[in-house]
Write a new protein. Structure first.
Length: 228
């Protein structure tokens, strides 16, 4: 059994979507970021970096794994799906997974900080910097997706990782206009039953964004968290 310690963030969704797609049984433990659960002693024993998500595999001597990318690789290998064993095909998946880990995630995360969560006066050069870089990275995705169904040869953990971030592009203030391949892929991912279920663990932040009150709460929560 997998014990999943998570919160409603793109990185958290990466692991819950993967668990759903791989059909691996799991239990959910909600980590309240506003309350600082991720900094408490028991959680830091699982992840000394104090970040979600974390998984614990009770079938492997309670092995704890931090970092969502590492979790995706571990789970795919455990299930024998969504990560090929053939070297060339595997390399393609890993490349696009690392593209998300090193590019999409950090740039969109910083766009969120400066566009949504920064307390006090907005720093427009920082907003422009991260939104422009986010858009550039979306255009890189477009070069692949305009004539390929998936990022690698077949549906994989690379698609899961990138989609869980790209789907919140409006919150980051990054446009997908004119990126037809990217939009086609996003729609296809959104219609996968396991993807739908995975991004509702523990709740779907996009649904939350539809309420002005919840949007305000998210901004206040984000502003508090980035200062911890």
């Amino acid at each position: 059994m997998i014990e999943l310690y998570t919160s409603p963030t793109p990185n958290g969704y990466k692991t819950s979507v993967a668990l759903e797609e791989l059909e691996i049984p799991y239990n959910v433990h909600v980590v309240n970021l506003m309350n600082g659960d991720q900094k408490k002693k028991d959680f830091l024993k699982l992840n000394p970096n104090g970040r979600i998500p974390v998984i614990v595999d009770t079938d492997s001597d309670n092995l704890a794994i931090m970092e969502s990318g590492a979790q995706l690789i571990y789970l795919a290998e455990k299930a024998g799906k969504l990560l090929p064993t053939e070297p060339v095909a595997r390399s393609k998946v890993i490349q696009w997974l690392m593209f998300q880990m090193g590019g999409i995630g950090p740039m969109m995360g910083q766009a969120n900080v400066f566009f949504r969560y920064w307390p006090g006066e907005k720093i427009q050069p920082a907003i422009d910097r991260y939104q422009n870089e986010g858009r550039r990275l979306f255009e890189v995705l477009e070069t692949r997706l305009k004539d390929h169904e998936f990022l690698a040869d077949d549906f994989s953990i690379a698609d899961i990782a990138n989609w869980c971030w790209v789907r919140i592009h409006k919150w980051s203030g990054i446009s997908v206009d004119g990126l037809d391949g990217l939009q086609r892929w996003m729609s296809m991912m959104e219609n996968r039953p396991a993807c739908k279920k995975g991004v509702s663990v523990p709740i779907d932040i996009i649904e939350m964004m539809k309420s002005r009150k919840n949007e305000t709460d998210m901004k206040e929560t984000g502003s508090s968290i980035i200062q911890k």
